[in-house]
Design a protein around this ligand. Sequence first.
Ligand code: GDP
Ligand code: MG
Length: 437
Amino acid sequence: NLTDRLERSFKILKGEGKITEINVAETVKDIRKALIEADVNYKVAKSFTDDIKRKALGMNVLTAVKPGQLMVKLVHDELAALMGGKAEDIDLSGNPSVILIAGLQGSGKTTFSAKLANYLKSKKGKHPMLVAGDVYRPAAIEQLKVLGEQINVPVFTIPDSKDPVSIAKDAIKEAKKNGQDVVIIDTAGRLAIDEEMMKEVESIKKAVSPNEILFVVDSMTGQDAVNTAKEFNDRLDFNGVVLTKLDGDTRGGAALSIRAVVDKPIKFVSTGEKMETLDVFHPDRMADRILGMGDIVSLVEKAQEQYDEEQARKLHKKIVKNQFNFNDFLDQIAQIKKMGNLKDLAGMIPGVGKALKNVDIDDDAFKSIEAIIKSMTPEERENPSLMNGSRRKRIAEGSGTSIVEVNRLLKQFEDMRKLMKMVSGGGAKKFGRMMNQ
Ligand code: GDP
Ligand code: MG
């Protein structure tokens, strides 16, 4: 399934020191396949993953400690952004506000109409009225009446009338008279796109100028949902989408494609037959769903934060007590090396950035430093003040460097300790965190 796929694709990046052209290309290919399997339209998936690739490669600098997690977060955030970023409200400014519901037969229009009425009544303090505009099937009118009774919302009908346009107009008059401030017009659908149906909804639109036209679509219909959305939007220029039946095992990829293809916001999601199972659409939750990973992203972020805090705290304590030693130094070098571009990183350290500005450094710069430190005994690493002439000579020989280089490192180390002590009055925590990022 999709979760496994993504986990596998992200594993490609796990353990890799930094994001490179190659591991990004591999991962992106897998993400694309996974999205297509989740019903995301091919073109949408392609342009989306191309975007991800560009962004991932553009940020290999500081954040690449855990490239796999970084990619998860990047994909998640981009998915959410593509779906509109934040939840969008419906327009309730009319008096009454008129909301027209359109969509194929069986998509969930009638159920949604009632749920919306219930939502507006209980959550928004509105006084809605439901209008039975599906005049062809007596059972459809009955269905709406039953739901209306259940939630205690009036249902407007004209018995035996086969004219949804005049029903809609009369309903609005009636609502005005009775002080009902939202009129929700349920309409007839067809099993497939059909000229007659489109004309009917168009003429209702013309007659009542709705504040909102909401297009209802069954999320289980996958790619068809996208085509249907496009056709309805071409004819009706609707304001928003309602995704139904998300309680099934659908991944919700249709949401992404619809948003990308018709460029209209998804406003509600319906997750069951009960009246309470209606939610305002949240792009980030849908991104979670498409990725199939629940709260993993936020857990990852939290864990990362805690880890950083803990490391920074330990480091800070050592710096304040002037106990920062060669082992810590080695740790820091290992951290820094994991992060990729050294120069950019160094530039973030207060007081160091400027000094290094014109120096060309790369990962190799640490090689001899590491060799020297590793040639020290554990006691020497713990306690740099032990270092005398004969120890320096032994270390130089052991590390294949020279006494000059050893001396230089020891001097740099002392300077660094001083600098750290200096900034430890409050800057050190920040400093430590940066070193651990
Ligand atoms: P309409 O033809 O567009 O008016 O669709 P209906 O509202 O009559 O819904 C068609 C069927 O889908 C009914 O059996 C509903 O109970 C069911 N349904 C509607 N919305 C949902 C939903 O979000 N989840 C589930 N599981 N079933 C739904
Ligand atoms: Mg219906």
